[in-house]
Ligand binder design. Structure first.
Ligand code: PMV
Length: 340
């Protein structure tokens, strides 16, 4: 057990968006995934988290974007704190303060950046030195996609696998992803519940389990070869298969809105006309458009005047989760592994 009364750790992590999607939990439990996935970490969608442990506190307390959280949200954070406390023989309770620079729980992968930042901040506060893989495992147990946010650039999380791993670094490929926000509100169906419901009720779910792995391989080869057309086709197909599985569950899990579908049509037409653009959507109506940096200006111009799009967030490949110094401001970022 720690002898200090108080210890503090800070971290920052970027969200990631899957180019080859995961949807569904492994029968092996422990929040493992049923299918492999591959993602791009995004520099503009960030969570910063501070964790403090103190002997004076009698319960864990969690604040997200200036508001205390309770219920299932608090339970997920406490579960991660408990896992670390058990590893370390730690008895102190914690205060967690976390800030997202983008809408929370709107299918913008806030849980990915959130749990990645939380894992790094806890280990920093407790003076532990886990490998990035071990931190990825901790983050994944909080939210499976969070395991991928430990890594910068392109990362994969294989099916039934504890830790995500890097596929290609930040500078591998000059791509950008533009988030076209259609609705910034909280999603009606949380992803974990949505997945369990889909697996239990969609007759398409077995087909999804069969088609996702070869599609993941295809997208991965496309990324490694910087083959935009191959990634575009694979990512869109993965997206449609995932959403088809969701919306054939009973009752349906339907995240897409009118403007989402209009954008799917428009992007298909634009790519056929030679624009390097491809769409993907997660557990929400917002559309993330993958493009090449050299084409970014045209993509932003097109999305900026598209009906139903309320805001754009321009993202480039981002770094893996890292600890922040505890003196000075939260902007004082240090690479993971360096002493704060
Ligand atoms: O991290 P979770 O368990 O909330 O799942 C998110 C899953 C998707 O974002 C819809 C797809 C993915 O692979 O990130």
């Amino acid at each position: 057990m720690s002898e200090e009364r108080t210890s503090v750790g800070r971290a920052e992590a970027c969200a990631n968006i899957a180019l080859a999607k995961y949807w569904g939990k492994s029968a092996r439990g422990n929040n493992l995934t049923a299918v492999p996935s591959l993602s791009l970490t995004l520099d503009a969608l960030r969570t910063r988290t501070e964790v403090a442990f103190d002997t004076a506190w009698t319960a864990d307390r969690v604040e997200l974007n200036g508001e205390d959280i309770y219920g299932p949200g608090l339970d997920r954070v406490t579960a991660m704190l408990e896992r670390f406390r058990a590893l370390r023989g730690e008895a102190r309770h914690a205060r967690v303060v976390s800030v997202n620079n983008f809408p929370t729980a709107a299918g913008l992968a806030s849980s990915a950046s959130g749990f990645a930042a939380l894992a790094v901040a806890i280990q920093s506060a407790l003076g532990l030195s886990f490998t990035r893989g071990a931190l990825s495992s901790q983050a994944r147990q909080g939210s499976a996609s969070a395991g991928r946010s430990l890594f910068g650039g392109f990362a994969e999380l294989l099916a039934h696998t504890d830790e995500a791993s890097p596929v290609a670094p930040v500078h591998h490929w000059d791509v950008a992803m533009v988030v076209a926000v259609i609705e910034a509100g909280k999603k009606a169906v949380a992803s974990t519940g949505g997945m369990i419901h889909t697996a239990a009720t969609s007759s398409y779910y077995p087909a999804w389990l069969e088609t996702a792995p070869p599609l993941f391989e295809d997208v991965k080869q496309g990324v490694l070869n910087r083959d935009f057309e191959r990634v575009a086709r694979g990512m869109e197909h993965s997206t449609r298969l995932m959403h088809a599985t969701m919306l054939t569950s009973v009752p349906p899990v339907l995240y897409l809105r009118g403007p989402t579908v209009e954008l799917m049509h428009a992007i298909a037409a634009r790519r056929a006309a030679g624009h390097a653009e491809a769409y993907t959507m997660d557990a929400g109506p917002n559309v993330k458009v993958l493009t090449l940096t050299e084409h970014l200006e045209q993509t932003v111009e097109f999305l900026g005047r598209f009906g139903g799009v309320t805001r754009l967030v321009i993202c480039r490949p981002g770094p893996g989760a890292r600890r922040l110094g505890i003196e000075g401001s939260l902007a004082d970022a240090r690479p993971l592994g360096e002493e704060a």
